[in-house]
Design a protein around this ligand. Structure first.
Ligand code: 13P
Ligand code: SF4
Length: 341
């Protein structure tokens, strides 16, 4: 444990070791109320992904999918952005706001998909296709974004692929499942990087089939990061925001949901009378909880706001070069009328 009386160097050492501020928090504190106070005091905004634990979602100023969060980060006039999500999301917010402080409650909240595409290997891969346009899913490191022409998220990926002239080849990284889904949707022949999300690759075809038989009235909805044989069974495929909206507008009363379980909180709040069943993974663990997203806790969120640490720091060249593909994505999305969601 460290205490707040430690020197800045000791605090930095602890951050390097743990990824977060390891300071005891008084268990009697009303953390939600303290976080509200800190927001006002520091003119801070909390941006949270749907995969965060429900208590964090409840104190957030904006809850969204990766596109919505990037759009909000680009538009905010807050002095400090507190990112309740994973590292690549906070990096994106920093690239869009190089002069603002961006904090992430736990720097070790990473992403298996982003990790599956190390920039030094991707650089070599890209050299084999010198005339191709690189489209990268936003779930990648800031450095990978410096090697990317246009970024995309699961909300706008089809529009982004279709924005590339038909005579141009495309490399798509890092998610092969989203890539295969896009090949089907757009008819484009994409060169795919062989990466995947550990959470969306875990769903069991057999168990979902049995669950569908037990709940014939339920619609099966899935995120495009799932494997093709899971997507084939789906009544609807979409980003987290699109899945949430579908459950609100569709007349079905129950849904089997194949994505990270955090989204069920907003689905249930939006449609209290409907039933939401998390799609089962292929073993007995809680694998449809993203272990990276769930590293953030209310205590870590509170400490990150109080001490304004851990902060996302990026080198200037990474911000300058990596930002271009995000700006391009936001321009194309705005031109296509994809609203902030
Ligand atoms: P979206 O936020 O685009 O739905 O993607 C889900 C995801 O895996 C984020 O890490
Ligand atoms: Fe990465 Fe998958 Fe977790 Fe999203 S759910 S942060 S893609 S590991």
């Amino acid at each position: 444990m460290i205490t707040s009386t430690l020197s800045p160097a000791e605090i930095q050492n602890s951050l390097r070791r743990n990824g977060y501020l390891d300071i005891d928090v008084d268990p009697t504190l009303d953390l939600a109320a303290e976080i509200e106070k800190l927001k006002k005091e520091k003119n801070a905004v909390i941006l949270a992904h749907y995969y965060q634990e429900s208590e964090i979602q409840d104190v957030a100023d904006f809850i969204g999918d990766s596109l919505g969060l990037a759009q909000r980060a680009a538009a905010t006039d807050a002095s400090m952005i507190v990112f309740a999500g994973v590292h690549f999301m906070a990096e994106t917010a920093k690239m869009l706001n190089p002069h603002k402080k961006v904090v992430l409650p736990d720097l070790k909240a990473g992403c298996s998909l982003a990790d599956s595409c190390p920039p030094h290997l991707f650089r070599k891969f890209k050299e084999k296709y010198p005339d191709h346009v690189v489209v990268s899913y936003i779930n990648c490191t800031a450095e990978l974004k410096t090697l990317t022409d246009i970024c995309c998220t699961s909300s706008n990926a089809e529009v982004i692929i279709n924005s590339v002239p038909a005579d141009k080849g495309i490399i798509f990284a890092p998610d092969k499942n989203l890539g295969m889904f896009l090949q089907k949707k757009t008819g484009r022949d994409l060169i795919l990087w062989n990466g995947a999300c550990m959470v969306h690759e875990i769903f069991s075809h057999e168990k979902i089939t049995k669950l569908k038989l037990r709940h014939p009235e339920a619609k099966f909805i899935a995120h495009p990061e799932c494997e093709p044989h899971i997507l084939e069974m789906a009544d609807f495929i979409g980003s987290t925001t699109q899945l949430l909206k579908f459950t609100q507008s569709d007349p079905a009363e129950s849904f089997i949901v194949a994505t990270e379980s955090g989204i069920l909180h907003q689905m249930q709040l939006a449609s209290p009378h409907k039933t939401f069943i998390p799609a089962p993974p292929n073993n007995a663990c809680a694998c449809n909880d993203c272990p990276h997203m769930k590293r953030n806790t209310m205590e870590k969120l509170y400490l990150s706001m109080k001490y304004e640490l851990p902060e996302i720091i990026l080198e200037d060249w990474v911000i300058e070069q990596g930002r271009k593909c995000i700006d391009r994505m936001l321009e194309i999305s705005a031109a296509a009328g994809i609203k902030m969601g």
